[in-house]
Write a protein that binds this ligand. Structure first.
Ligand code: ADP
Ligand code: GN1
Ligand code: MG
Length: 370
């Protein structure tokens, strides 16, 4: 699975949605690892308008209908609440689906692919690498606000679009299976990384054990809170819109905060190969904590708060394990752009875990004061 899967006639698919005007262009967009995303430019009366068209990766999301049912509920609830509370600019502050011409939330093409279309959030950007504490603050505040927005989602429990998505012990077990099989003879090329992961086996259960014991609550969480899944205003750098709602489902806020630490404290990209550049920067962590507490302190329990630093370490380890597993399994899950991409990503995550481990006492002291 190299790069953004080509071969789809995205312009033709765009015409299946209830959009006005002619399709000017439909081009691959963004740097997500999972879905195929296109930017569609339309020419209605009154000037061009952009939309986002996405093919849902059904190898990853095995029940796309349940996924879309979740997304529809989440979008509708968030938008209604933003309107009710008189939030200015509500149209830009949550994803909004464009229905298909048949009046559905998605379109199924001749090959059985599911497509959906969103309004384009203009004047805002998803960043792959954090540049300032202001950005870290804004991202964390946005995800905390998103959790608060969904705390009163009416109706049944959301579908689990990927079962055990953040069940770190299951991720660890899958890694061990991949290692035992070593189907592509790659384990020999990742000896230090494998040792690194195995040495941390005793810690992988901390969050799921707390959830099971009821010492931390289950909540509706985003579960994929990497920095580029929140669009920040290009002028003010404030958080505008949380995107990528495919994994919104029951979870722990620690998953969400943990992935913010993974993606918003290091000055290096997720796949940086110069490991000397990878590190957890305490001022960024401080900004994350302040931003998150600005929107989440109203509902956070003391136990959740106390576990925020550890969550950063565990989720970084977990995603590193997933990259390493995908490398061992022959790159079947994450999109890659070079042969060692998943191994490079695993190395970067593990270097960041080390950096977090070195600074855990300082991070905990910061939380105790916050
Ligand atoms: P993936 O699951 O593959 O990560 P995303 O839903 O995150 O897919 O979308 C990929 C990228 O497309 C995002 O990182 C973002 O840059 C861009 N994007 C997605 N939705 C919108 C939107 N409604 N408006 C503007 N940009 C968007
Ligand atoms: C994927 O879809 P995207 O690129 O935002 C993945 C996350 C990983 C992330 C690592 C559904 O996120 O779980 O943390 O890559 N999403 C899914 O960058 O597996
Ligand atoms: Mg994404």
């Amino acid at each position: 699975m190299m790069s953004n899967a080509a071969g789809h006639d995205a312009a033709a698919i765009a015409r299946e949605f209830a959009l006005h005007g002619e399709v000017l262009s439909a081009t691959p967009y963004g740097s997500g690892h999972i879905n195929d995303t296109y930017q569609v430019e339309m020419k209605p009366a009154g000037g061009p308008r952009r939309y986002v068209l996405q093919r849902i990766n059904h190898n990853v999301f095995r029940r796309p209908d349940e996924l879309m049912a979740n997304v529809e509920r989440v979008c509708a609830h968030a938008f209604a609440k933003l309107k009710q509370t008189g939030t200015p600019d509500a149209e830009r502050r949550t994803l909004r689906l464009i229905p298909s011409r048949a009046g559905k939330a998605w379109h199924i093409d001749a090959a059985g692919n599911r497509w959906r279309c969103y309004h384009f959030i203009e004047g805002a950007t998803g960043h792959d690498v954090v540049r300032s504490p202001e950005q870290a603050y804004a991202a964390a505040k946005s995800f905390g606000a998103f959790q608060a927005l969904l705390a009163d989602l009416p109706g049944d429990r959301l579908h689990e679009t990927i079962p055990d998505f953040h069940h770190t012990p299951s991720r660890f077990a899958r890694f061990q299976e991949a290692l035992a099989k070593d189907a592509h003879g790659r384990a020999a090329l990742a000896v230090p990384e494998i040792a690194f992961a195995l040495a941390r086996a005793h810690e992988v259960g901390v969050i799921v054990d707390a959830l099971r014991a009821g010492t931390i609550p289950e909540r509706v969480t985003h579960n994929d809170t990497k920095l580029n899944n929140v669009l920040l205003d290009d002028v003010t750098q404030e958080g505008v819109c949380v995107i990528d709602l495919d994994t919104v489902m029951p979870g722990s806020v620690l998953y969400d905060f943990g992935d913010l630490v993974r993606t918003s404290t290091s000055p290096a990209a997720e796949d940086e190969t110069d490991l000397s550049k990878v590190r957890m920067q305490l001022p960024m962590f401080k900004a994350l904590v302040e931003g998150y507490l600005a929107s989440a302190s109203g509902f956070l329990t003391p136990k959740e708060k106390a576990l925020l630093p550890f969550a950063g370490k565990l989720i970084t380890l977990e995603i590193g394990l997933r990259f390493l597993t995908d490398w061992l399994e022959g790159d079947t899950y994450f999109k890659i752009k070079r042969p060692t991409h998943n191994l490079d990503r695993a190395r970067t995550q593990f270097r960041l875990v080390e950096s977090i481990e070195e600074q855990l006492p300082a991070m905990q002291a910061l939380i105790a004061r916050a």
